[in-house]
Design a protein around this ligand. Sequence first.
Ligand SMILES: [Fe+2]
Length: 339
Amino acid sequence: MVVDDDALVRRTLVHVLKAQGLDVVEASNGREALALLEESGELPLIVSDLYMPEMDGITFLREVHRRWPDIAVIMLTGVAEVSTAVECLQVGASDYLAKPVMVDEVRARVDNALERRRLTLENRFLQQSYQERLEASIRELDQRNKEQFVGQIQMAVRMLEKKDVYTRGHSQRVSRYAVKTAVLLGFSGETLDQIRLGGELHDIGKIGTRDAVLQKPGPLTASEFEEMKKHVTEGEEILEPLRRHHPLVLQIVRNHHERVDGSGFPDGLRGEAIPMVARVVSVVDAFDAMTTNRSYSAPRPAGEAMDELRRFIGIQFDPEVVTAFSKAFPDVQKLPITV
Ligand SMILES: [Fe+2]
């Protein structure tokens, strides 16, 4: 685009630019030029005079630079106006031409300004696509890490299930019960993920419990019970590497045998001092233990187990959790769930 109130200069410039193979539009002042730009949108280059009626060149340049920063602007100045030329460059002009204009010089400056603009745009494009590629590979790496992590967790759970036939499916059921209950309690997102994981891993410490204790058909002696109790702290030790990113998983593992009356283990925590996520797993863990086959007892009907949970509200279980659990699984006929 050529902007100049002097028709002769304008005609000359248009002629030169056309000879360079460019499509040219012309305007006789800044206001007219802005109107044209608004209509046609972005274009690569403007050659504009500095002194024009209606809107002077500097105001016009400022406006163009603000709204279309990628347009290269060459300003036309008088011979002796070095300071004005500098001001133009500061405001964002690509270059300036001193009047009277020489055809060769116009050609060279225009070529130059267009080339610089092209390089700037190309560079920006390359940088953007580099940034995008980088982000994509980080996402992929993240995903792979996550998959690997889940794989390792599942391996640990399978190890425990090989050792203790009674826990087979128990971890998954507890996890599913816990997540659905937690949703009704208002948990979501990342917390829910940790509850899911904590449900799967809550008994992982039993890997260290002797088979004679784990699979004993009758009630445990006092010392055997002490040994069984260790699975919560040993589980926490096993999962220590998860503490930074999954602290709730460790709370579940450590505190899922606490009782709201403070008589549980390992910390004897009472009521709300027991982490909520552990209170959730405590309820659903007890329910699953009652309704599935155990070394020490035959399965009981789900309805009966649900009543038992209610009976121990305020003693062993949190009332809100028991309510949420029974709401999450209203149809006891369909319990226990199959995994
Ligand atoms: Fe347990």
